[in-house]
Ligand binder design. Structure first.
Ligand code: COA
Length: 396
């Protein structure tokens, strides 16, 4: 067998490996804090629009009033879907996962873009803004298509979040719903060298174009260990409610209504015991970097609580708390951002499969900021591997 060099240490999953510097965000697991360009994400979620945060991530500073106004105008002008993007989406079956639709749309938008092969900072800024402006139209179009509904044209008198909800549901959302959605977009925007951002940086390091890097990043985000967890949280809740309704004799409607709190608590515990005994990962819990809780959860949980009150769904709040407590008792593992984000999007009316595409719409800002940063001091990302297959042999 191949000899393992004494000094070769394998870092499975690159855990604990620092591969580069970044000025975009700082995740500090000791203090459970997250800074975008130096600003605590909680303060940004409290005081800023998602448009301001996108500008900050790309430019390093919050916009002045004039800069914001120009930026908003550009974003509002880019909300239209090209005919061939619509046609490409229409060709895909509705049984395909909506992340496949996002991935394909990003790829087609890249092929369309007049600056596709130009990777100057100016061209990349333009392409990032165009993707940021158009992706909500893709998500809204696909959500409506799945419900057999006509597309709703964008409204340029509404901000990013209000227009996103308007294009999806065909009516103006209440201000508190727009505000909760804006918070979720800000919290999902950026998180240092997570798997999808690293994917974008790897692709960029080969000097491939921005849309190729974003398309690859969307693929990485789809997985349930990463962005797909927000959908999986809702499936967990649905399963627990189904079990509880069976135990209660009330019948399950998949919404959690009609199931009493005590039945829910008991069902959560028995569901969790079985899942943990089967060595299942409980989606929406745990994190590679944060081991004592995710810095973004309290802000998202507060937004979720406001939605629970707005839609009068205390049962969902109870389910959330029951699983959080049971998981704390059983494993001492805390929720990550996907745990409160999933139920929040459910309450707003999105189909469960659309949750990760919402994450895409937000994270485009972080991915593209990293793509531009990678190009400032590029080095091809190409790690080594230690061969442990069969020794050299002759072909018979
Ligand atoms: N459910 C059950 N057990 C979990 C868990 C979870 N969600 N997350 C971690 N653990 C346990 C592991 O089973 C392992 O236990 P062991 O040491 O007894 O084998 C231990 O905690 C360490 O977990 P590990 O998977 O090695 O940590 P990691 O840093 O590689 O994993 C995640 C991080 C995010 C992949 C993992 O927590 C996970 O799969 N979470 C669920 C998916 C999710 O919510 N992803 C979104 C992340 S923002």
């Amino acid at each position: 067998m191949t000899q393992t060099p004494e000094a070769t240490k394998i870092y499975k999953g690159l855990a604990g490996v620092v591969v580069d510097t970044t000025r975009i965000s700082q995740v500090n697991s000791d203090t459970n804090s997250l800074l975008y360009r130096g600003y605590p994400v909680q303060q940004l979620a409290d005081k800023c629009s998602f448009e301001q945060v996108a500008y900050l991530l790309w430019n390093g500073e919050l916009p002045t009033v004039e800069q914001l106004s120009e930026f908003e105008q550009q974003e509002r002008a880019g909300r239209v879907l090209a005919d061939n993007v619509k046609a490409a989406v229409d060709l895909l079956p509705v049984r395909a996962h909506p992340m496949d639709i996002c991935r394909t749309a990003a790829s087609v938008m890249g092929a369309n873009h007049p600056l596709s092969e130009d990777s100057s900072r100016e061209a990349n800024m333009r392409k990032a803004l165009d993707l940021f402006a158009a992706m909500p139209a893709v998500v809204a179009y696909d959500q409506r298509r799945r419900r057999g509904l006509q597309a709703v044209p964008a409204r340029d008198d509404l901000n990013y979040s209000a227009n996103f909800l308007y294009m999806t549901f065909g009516e103006e959302a209440a201000p508190e719903v727009v505000q909760a959605f804006n918070v979720s977009m800000i919290l999902y925007a950026e998180h240092s060298f997570n798997a999808s951002t690293f994917t974008a940086r790897v692709i960029t390091s080969t000097l491939a174009d921005l849309h190729s890097a974003v398309t690859g990043a969307i693929g990485a985000l789809k997985g349930p260990l990463h962005g797909g967890a927000n959908e999986a949280v809702m499936h967990t809740f649905e399963q627990i409610v189904k079990d509880a309704a069976g135990a209660d004799g009330t019948g399950a409607d998949g919404s959690g209504s009609g199931v009493s709190g005590s039945v829910v608590a008991g069902s959560v515990k028995s569901w969790l015991d079985i899942a943990l005994a089967d060595k299942k990962k409980i989606m929406g819990f745990g994190h590679r970097v944060y081991k004592n809780g995710d810095s973004r959860v309290p802000t998202m949980k507060a937004a979720m609580d406001r939605m629970v009150a707005h839609y009068n769904r205390p049962d969902l709040g109870e389910l959330y708390s029951a699983l959080e407590s049971a998981m704390g008792e059983a494993k001492n593992i805390k929720p990550n951002l996907d745990y409160p984000a999933g139920p929040t999007y459910h309450l707003m009316g999105f189909d469960t499969q659309m949750f990760t595409p919402l994450f895409v719409a937000s994270r485009i800002t972080g991915w593209t900021a990293h793509i531009m940063e990678q190009l400032e001091a590029n080095s091809l990302i190409r790690p080594l591997s230690l061969y442990d297959g069969v020794d050299e042999r002759e072909v018979p």
